[in-house]
Design a protein around this ligand. Structure first.
Ligand code: NAG
Ligand code: NAG
Ligand code: NAG
Ligand code: NAG
Length: 256
């Protein structure tokens, strides 16, 4: 592999670039509620994201549920009742003694013209979701959208969620919410490994779906989300089964 495709050393970059607070946690086990679109959702015929792969690493009393909804936007997720379900989980898991985290990742559908959601509105919606979780005593985690694996050349995936990444980060900054920069690191990763390797994660077979993930892709990008989280939220390590090989590959741009 050529040097120019190698990752920046991931952890040092995250620490240097991110002024977001590193919380020191209580001893309560974490509960993770995953809110988002199909790039978070459970693997199915027409959708599937990183969520279940992320949850597969939980251990030691940690709990999680994947509420990703295929086709969802920041508007439809609320209007269709999914957000009410998420809030119900926040309340019940808090009452059961968990420290509750809610990952919030949208953008793939919000950006479609038919959704008619401006970037400003998208940002405001993300802010409202984050504040809603905080007001219930949970910890929101804004996640920048998983990259698509649609390439213009072998080592250049199209940066098609560039603006959604920037507005998600702006929403996090405006609400003092921790964000996980999945878009940046997933894009760098697929660019490093190249189109040929990146299509191994496609839902429905090699080269078939360059947005959604198969079960293995879910584990790979779920690990990336877990590693980004562990970098920012101290004290959660014991609740995640490590996979040092996979984490190493992700940090060094090696095809997993
Ligand atoms: C799009 O949204 C704007 C702002 O809410 C609204 O004024 C406009 O009517 C909408 N357009 C369509 C085609 O729905
Ligand atoms: C990427 O790989 C897929 C699957 O083999 C192929 O259909 C596509 O043309 C490739 N894209 C580029 C830019 O090489
Ligand atoms: C990747 O492709 C885009 C769009 O074609 C182009 O603007 C950009 O310069 C390319 N990046 C690299 C590193 O080749
Ligand atoms: C770690 O990840 C690698 C690559 O995805 C996988 O092959 C391996 O089975 C995993 N190891 C464990 C202990 O889960």
């Amino acid at each position: 592999m050529k040097m120019k495709y190698l990752f920046y050393p991931l952890w040092s970059f995250v620490v240097a670039a991110s002024p977001a607070p590193c919380h020191t946690r209580s001893e309560k086990p974490p509960a993770f509620i995953l809110a988002g679109d199909s790039t978070t959702a459970v693997q199915a015929a027409n959708g599937g994201g990183w969520g279940n792969g992320f949850l597969s690493f939980l251990r030691d009393g940690a709990w999680g549920v994947n509420k990703g909804h295929n086709g969802a936007t920041t508007v439809s997720f609320v209007k269709g009742g999914d957000w009410a379900t998420v809030k119900g989980y926040v309340d019940s898991k808090k009452a059961e003694g968990y420290e509750v985290y809610v990952t919030i990742q949208f953008g793939h559908n919000d950006q479609k013209p038919a959704a008619n959601i401006s970037l400003e509105q998208y940002k405001t919606n993300l802010e409202n979701l984050a504040l809603d979780i905080k007001s219930r005593g949970g910890t929101p985690l804004l996640v920048t959208p998983l990259t698509r694996r649609s390439f213009t050349s072998e080592h250049n995936a199209s940066d098609s969620l560039h603006n959604e990444r920037l507005y998600t980060i702006a929403a996090a900054d405006a609400t003092a919410t921790t964000y996980l920069d999945l878009n940046k690191y997933s894009l760098e990763y697929v660019n490093a490994i190249g189109n040929t390797s990146a299509q191994n994660y496609d839902l429905n077979g090699y080269g078939a779906d360059m947005t959604h993930l198969n079960s293995y892709g879910s584990v790979v990008f779920g690990r990336l989300v877990a590693d980004l989280l562990l970098q920012k939220e101290k004290g959660l390590e014991k609740y995640f089964t490590p996979n040092e090989t996979l984490s190493y590959d992700l940090q060094h741009g090696i095809a997993a």
